[in-house]
Every structure is written in structure tokens, then in C-alpha cells.
Write a protein that binds this ligand. Structure first.
Ligand code: PMP
Length: 391
């Protein structure tokens, strides 16, 4: 409809058509208030309702318990690499543990692809000394690390729980197409250690047992809305602080979860329009239900993976089947020339944004929540045709 293409972008990415239509409908004069949401003060009563409603809808949809705060932040997923580390080390929980132990705690990082690598790098940049629990898998052939699988839990080098501030991981690696099964990490970690998870690219695509996490962070621009806002769902005990001014000396306000929590996510001007659109997407997701969205994601990705598996000498899947992402599906073709041709011909058939990440090459097809099953079917028909002509 509307001459729109099948958009397989990894993010910012496809949004539900009904949401875009509602935005369009209400754009010039939001529900009779005489102005658009773009033009409204964040301190107005109308806007307070918009943000409160967005928060409440997300809370219902994801089943977020009362002892968790939902924060709307800026700085993207990248901002949270620093924020997660700085806020945890500012928390009373971690500081008490350090006082008891008489030394600095460490923090555990699972490195399963480029986004957790970036999270780890940020902590090092800030002077932290993270413990690397896993770092991809060692390829027997090349002797190099590759992010195509995850080592078994028995091989993970988790720190001693008494000496560990938190465990950090990224549940879906958007670039490498590696996704960890639900609860794999929280099942492996001692319950006394908070688990911090980056769910930027698989948030709202399946139910989450929020109470098992210390914090969940996610940029909005895949499953939740347009770019510009980052969601953090944080267990409230992690927001408790000592009075000591030292605690926040190296924690700028814009990265401080408490600064946002104490002011209903509006200590300063929030990305008002983005949050409004996210609120509409949350309503859309609530209406579908996370179980239905999970079924849809399994159905969509299965169509494509089945086609990859049908011709493994032509569609070269890189990722261990147990950890293949339900959101970002990556594969190669036998030559870079064929890959370029694949992307070009797909575009001629109205399928866009199929080129792999610039770091990795190959093909990446992102199948986020708002991608109807017809999108995956259309893509698979194209794969079949391309195979028939070129294998
Ligand atoms: N984490 C993941 C899993 C991502 O996919 C991304 C961005 N695609 C980021 C973090 C970084 O997000 P941002 O670009 O919003 O800083």
C-alpha cells in the first residue's frame, strides 16, 4: 500500500502501517489540542498524559513488575554501554558489597558479537576492568575468534559472585545475527548478581521474565519506534544510592538513571515525538500480544532459514543453528559479485536494505515485529528464483 517497499533494514526499521497512519492523521492537530505533538511543551498536561500512557502500556505489554522503573533516556544503545556500568558502580548494592569485600568488584561481560564488544570497550575506556566470560568461539581452521556461536555454559568463565558487580550481555547481536535463547544467561548466573541485558534488537519480539534481570536496556529504533529514545527497565533497588557526593562525581546527569527516575523521565526535555510514536507502537504490540509476536517471529524467520538450509552450498549461513537470530538473518552467497547482484535484483523487486553490515559484508535481512509474514514469503520467493537462475 502507498507504494511502500518491503523494508528489511536493521534499524531504524519498518514500523506498523497503522501506527504511521495514526501519526499522519493526528499530525497537524493532535486530538483537537490545536497543535502537533512535535510542537508541544513536554510540560503540558497533554504531553504528560502521552508519556505516562506510553510507560503504562509498555509495563502491561512486557509485564514489568512494580519494583522496576521504566525510564525514557537519550544517548542510544551506545549511551547505555557507559550508563549501565556507571550506574551499577554507583549503586548502594555494589558499594556495600565492595565495602564488605574491602576491594573493587569486577564485572562480567559476555562477548558474542560486535555490540557486546562495543559494550566491553566502553567499560575499558572508562577505566573499568571487565572480566570476559566468553568471547565468541574459536574457529579450528583459522585459529581466530568468530561470532557465529556461543560456547557451552560449562565453559563460561563467570566471576566469583561475591566479587562481581553485575553480568552484562547482548541478547541479540544485530550485526552477527546471533541470538541467545531466553533465560540462558539468567539461568547460568548466581541470583545475587544483577544481570544487565541489551535487548535493543529483540525487545518486544517475545515475552521476557523481567524479574530475573537487574536492568534491561534497548534503543527504540528496531521494534519499538523511531530513533531517538532508549528504554531502560531497572530494578528499583539498583537505584538506591549512598549520600556520599563521591558516588556521582564521574556520572553525568544525562547518564544517571536516578536523575531520570526521580523526575518521571523528564528531568530535561525528552525526545517528545519519538516517545509519542513509541507509545503507539506499544499499543499495537499490546494488541497483538507478545506470545503472538513470538509465534510470528518464529514463522517468519523459519521461512527464510528453511530456504537457506535447502541450498547450503549457495546460501551460506554463518551462524550455529542453535543461536540463529529470529530478527537479523545473515548469510553469504558464493561470491561478492553474486551478493551485489542479489541486493540489486531484490531492490528491483521492491525489497530494500538487504546489504550486510559494513563490517561483515554478505546479506542481512532483518525481520522485526512490524514485518508481516508476506514480507518473508516474498523474500523467499525471490531467493528461490535467484537460486534457480544462478546456482
Ligand atoms: N545494541 C544493539 C544490539 C544494537 O543493535 C545497537 C544499534 N543498532 C546498539 C546497541 C547501539 O545503538 P545506538 O545506535 O542507538 O547507539
Amino acid at each position: 500500500a502507498h507504494g511502500r517497499a518491503w523494508n528489511f533494514s536493521a534499524g531504524p526499521s519498518v514500523l506498523p502501517l497503522s501506527v504511521l497512519e495514526e501519526v499522519q492523521h493526528d499530525l497537524l492537530n493532535y486530538k483537537g489540542h490545536g497543535m502537533s505533538v512535535l510542537e508541544m511543551s513536554h510540560r503540558s498536561k497533554v504531553y504528560s498524559e502521552i508519556i505516562a500512557d506510553a510507560e503504562a502500556t509498555l509495563r502491561r505489554t512486557l509485564n514489568v513488575p512494580d519494583n522496576y522503573s521504566i525510564l525514557f533516556l537519550q544517548g542510544g544503545g551506545t549511551g547505555e554501554f557507559a550508563a549501565a556500568y556507571l550506574n551499577l558502580f554507583a549503586s548502594k548494592l555494589v558499594r556495600d558489597k565492595q565495602r564488605k569485600l574491602g576491594k573493587q568488584l569486577s564485572c562480567d561481560y559476555l562477548v558474542t558479537g560486535s555490540w557486546s564488544t562495543n559494550g566491553l570497550k566502553e567499560v575499558k575506556r572508562l577505566g573499568g576492568k571487565p572480566n570476559v566470560v566468553v568471547n565468541g568461539v574459536m574457529s579450528a581452521e583459522s585459529g581466530e575468534t568468530s561470532y557465529t556461536s556461543v560456547p557451552p555454559v560449562v565453559e563460561w568463565k563467570l566471576g566469583n559472585p561475591d566479587e562481581t558487580a553485575f553480568v552484562y550481555y547482548c541478547e541479540n547481536e544485530t550485526v552477527h545475527g546471533v541470538e541467545l535463547p531466553q533465560n540462558m544467561v539468567v539461568d547460568a548466573v548466581d541470583p545475587s548478581v544483577p544481570v544487565i541485558c541489551d535487548m535493543s534488537s529483540n525487545m518486544l519480539s517475545r515475552p521476557v521474565d523481567v524479574k530475573r534481570f537487574g536492568a534491561i536496556v534497548a534503543g527504540a529504533q528496531k521494534n519499538m519506534g523511531p530513533a531517538g529514545v532508549t528504554i531502560a527497565i531497572v530494578r528499583k533497588d539498583l537505584l538506591e544510592r549512598d549520600d556520599d557526593p563521591e558516588v556521582t562525581r564521574n556520572l553525568p546527569s544525562v547518564l544517571d538513571w536516578c536523575y531520570f527516575d526521580n523526575a518521571g523521565s523528564m528531568p530535561h526535555t525528552p525526545p517528545t515525538f519519538t516517545i509519542y510514536v513509541c507509545g503507539l507502537v506499544f499499543k499495537w504490540a499490546e494488541k497483538q500480544g507478545l506470545e503472538a509476536l513470538e509465534q510470528l517471529r518464529e514463522a517468519r524467520s523459519k521461512l527464510v532459514y528453511d530456504e537457506i538450509d535447502a541450498h547450503p552450498e549457495f546460501f551460506l549461513g554463518r551462524v550455529d543453528k542453535r543461536y540463529r537470530s529470529g530478527m537479523n538473518l545473515v548469510f553469504n552467497l558464493p561470491t561478492p559479485e553474486l551478493e551485489a547482484q542479489f541486493v540489486l535484483e531484490a531492490a528491483e523487486h521492491n525489497m530494500l536494505q538487504l546489504k550486510g553490515h559494513r563490517k561483515l559484508g554478505g546479506i542481512r535481512i532483518s525481520l522485526y515485529n512490524a514485518m508481516p509474514i508476506e514480507g518473508a514469503k516474498t523474500f523467499v520467493a525471490f531467493m528461490k528464483d535467484f537460486y534457480a537462475k544462478n546456482h
